[in-house]
Design a protein around this ligand. Structure first.
Ligand SMILES: [Zn+2]
Length: 317
């Protein structure tokens, strides 16, 4: 048996998983990322984390074929160079080559959204399909496009940012500098914002009973209230789901993948979310897809997607 190690590097924690040839996590360890700290210091900790996860699972590090990392920021996959990572305040970070020197093995570095999407493709909800798009509804909208087994990266490694495709011209302002990006309408945060706005205008909704303090509103609030029969919540959720569906219809019309997986905490809503989104996408794409619409389903790997995808990066080229 040979192994690879995948690291999901986040601003708060970093998780390393030892992964076998069947893309199963044999063991994993999570450490605090402890930011802010110098990049050199973090690299040493990442190298220790890799050795530790192998050791704890009785595997000699020489049996590890390579280490893959999913990190926030703009990543040159070919060189392992992270141009900027605003979350970490690192610029011109030679993560790949530095870690290769520390570990003495091949290191692949990929953008975290792409790594997680690839995990879902190789071992999760999109397993067994040729083309897939993985959409994560969170603070923003993360997405990864995998065509014929390869991550679509673009000439400068910034492809697949579906969250920043505009669906409302001159719409809500986005962090990326544009207006009307999909993620400003269809992310989990957008749903929370819509929920708050609706609550401020209407005191007679049970959403006020559910959260009391408007700062405690999250993407689940309106779904919970809708389930209890709240008409305003239903309106908020349905409006938001149409935006989700609108962007997914764009994905279908552009790539026509066999499967689209939706992740993020809000995907726990299951068919309450997927059913209406599917219906909307089918209606919107009917004339183009002549009735055969890609499968739309929920992601299954949750937090493990990033680790497994990173550990499988050599297969994504
Ligand atoms: Zn944007």
């Amino acid at each position: 048996m040979s192994y690879t190690i995948g690291i999901d590097l986040g601003g708060t924690t970093m998780t390393a998983g030892l992964v076998n040839e069947d893309y199963e996590i044999v063991g994993k360890i999570t450490w605090a990322t402890r930011l802010p700290r110098p990049a050199e210091d973090l690299e040493k900790a990442m190298a220790d984390l890799c050795r530790e996860v192998a050791k704890q699972n009785g595997v000699d590090f020489s049996e590890v074929r390579y280490v893959g990392i999913g990190t926030p920021g703009s990543v040159n996959f070919t060189t392992g160079f992270v141009g900027y990572n605003t979350n970490f305040n690192y610029y011109d970070w030679n993560l790949g080559t530095d870690l290769e020197a520390l570990l003495g093995c091949k290191v692949y570095v990929e953008n975290d959204a792409n790594a997680a999407a690839f995990g879902e493709y190789i071992a999760g909800g999109a397993k067994g399909y040729k083309d897939a798009v993985v959409i994560t509804l969170g603070t923003g909208i993360g997405s990864g496009i995998i065509l014929d087994g390869k991550i679509l990266r673009g000439f400068n490694f910034a492809a697949g940012e579906m969250g920043h495709t505009v669906i409302v011209k001159d719409g809500r302002k986005c962090n990326c500098g544009r207006h009307g990006c999909w993620e400003r309408y269809a992310s989990a945060r957008a749903l929370s914002e819509d929920t708050k706005a609706a609550m401020r205008e209407h005191r007679d909704t049970i959403m006020w009973d559910l959260v009391k303090d408007i700062d405690h509103v999250n993407a689940k609030t309106s779904f919970d209230a809708m389930e209890k029969g709240d008409a305003l919540a239903k309106q908020v959720v349905e409006n938001w789901m149409e935006y989700v569906g609108c962007g997914i219809a764009n994905v279908v019309n552009t790539f026509e993948p066999e499967v689209i997986c939706i992740g993020g905490g809000v995907s726990n809503q299951g068919e309450t979310l997927l059913g209406p989104v599917r219906a909307y996408v089918e209606k919107e794409t009917h004339d183009i897809t002549t009735g055969r619409v890609p499968e739309i389903r929920a992601c299954v790997l949750r937090n493990d997607a990033g680790v497994i995808g990173a550990a499988a990066l050599a297969d994504s080229i």
